[in-house]
Write a protein that binds this ligand. Structure first.
Ligand SMILES: Nc1nc2c(ncn2[C@@H]2O[C@H](COP(=O)(O)OP(=O)(O)OP(=O)(O)O)[C@@H](O)[C@H]2O)c(=O)[nH]1
Length: 369
């Protein structure tokens, strides 16, 4: 039987700190050294998080599944993407879901015969934003699908990272932990800022398994958490080639366009007619030859109010050059990048986004010469 490759699944709501954790894990695996590969799932049309990883860890193979969630619209492509990564023979695969993905569906897919004979799950990690956990929970109570997703992210985890404790009071952090425990009272849980968790125990089962594979006479280690059944029928799987994505309307003369809108939805369930989540993503492209002004962009995003949950992308600025923009929980983060980005873009994720207004406001972010 072929050696199975360990998988660590990272889920958690928008902006909670999944990529921050993944970067730490990748830095640690590189030190060991383990050859890690990443499956990155993004709701927008660009792989912003994949680009961040590629910049910091150019040796790590990243396969991106974009414009949809691997728990629903991209579920059929999951096996192909994982097999593309498997062809690189990594020691370990990290999977980061979108912030609105329900890991329950992903885990179900990993248990399918197509994947169960090649992979085994070591950890399902859920990252929680301590600052916004309760706000999101009360805000989305009417959105049954999203509530199911938020709870699914907690239920499936064997390790929960309560992150962003620097942005929440200690009283709030305690309340968050108490609420989480109502959904999952068995997972290991760590409170932290910037996803600074103890990495060694997380990777211990992977190292144990690898050392057994290298020295088969050793006594096998206990089965990893939620380990999958050993054997399954091998089936041929279509692979997705790595795609360099280009905006469809790249050659339009219009300077700035709202290119795409993606609604997060699951396949229709007649028993749950109201179970539709209205979260969507919109990607804005920096087509203009006129300079993009940082302050105007910040004002525009803040002006969208509570309808905007998350924004991220690369902006080409007149003074600073290309910068990575991150917006979550009303906080902006700008970071210089050496990535060769010829045309900037910003992906917005939110609820009931007013696209006409957004297109107009985006246009106002460019300084008229
Ligand atoms: N204040 C604060 N900011 C954090 C912390 N952890 C991460 N961030 C910032 O929050 C933003 C989002 O972090 P990510 O790691 O990209 O979050 P994510 O869960 O991958 O986000 P999605 O891409 O929406 O899925 C970035 O600007 C991070 O630098 C934290 O503990 N405290």
């Amino acid at each position: 039987m072929m050696n199975k490759v360990p998988v660590i699944l990272i889920s958690g709501f928008l902006g909670s700190g999944k990529t921050t954790l993944l970067l730490r894990l990748l830095a640690h695996t590189r030190q060991i050294p383990l050859r890690a590969a990443v499956l990155m799932n993004e709701m927008g049309e660009y792989d912003v998080d994949g680009a961040i990883i590629s910049e910091e860890m150019p040796d790590v193979t990243v396969e991106g599944l974009l414009e949809g969630c691997i728990c629903c619209s991209k579920k059929s492509e999951l096996a192909g993407a994982l097999h593309t990564l498997l062809s690189q023979e990594p020691d370990l695969i990290f999977m980061e879901t979108t912030g609105v993905a329900n890991p329950e569906q992903v885990l179900e897919e990993l248990r399918s015969p197509l994947l169960a004979n090649r992979l085994y799950l070591v950890h399902s990690i859920s990252v929680v934003d301590a600052e916004l956990f309760h706000e999101y929970n009360s805000r989305f109570t009417a959105d049954k699908e999203l509530v199911r997703t938020l709870h699914g992210q907690l239920r499936t985890a064997d390790f929960i990272v309560v992150n962003k404790t620097d942005a929440a009071s200690s009283r709030e952090v305690k309340k968050v932990v108490k609420s989480i425990r109502k959904h999952n009272d068995t997972a290991k849980l760590q409170t932290t800022a910037y996803s600074q968790v103890d990495l060694e125990p997380l990777l211990e089962p992977v190292l144990a398994r690898l050392s057994v594979a290298a020295n088969p006479e050793q006594v096998p280690q206990p089965a990893p958490v939620q380990a999958q059944p050993a054997d399954a029928v091998a089936t041929s799987i279509p692979t997705t080639g790595k795609e360099i994505r280009r905006p469809a309307s790249m050659f339009r003369s219009t300077a700035f366009k709202v290119i795409s809108a993606h609604s997060h939805s699951y396949s229709y369930d007649p028993n749950q007619p109201d179970s539709f989540s209205r979260l969507e993503s919109v990607t804005l492209h920096q087509y203009s030859s006129q300079p993009l002004e940082k302050q105007r962009l910040e004002n525009f995003l803040t002006g969208l109010g509570s309808s905007l949950l998350r924004a991220k992308g690369y902006c080409v600025l007149p003074q600073e050059g290309t910068m990575l923009l991150q917006f979550s929980g009303n906080h902006f983060e700008w970071q210089s990048t050496a990535l060769p980005v010829s045309q900037g873009y910003v992906t917005l994720i939110g609820e009931q986004l007013d696209k006409t207004f957004i297109a107009d406001q985006w246009e106002q972010c460019f300084v008229s010469l």
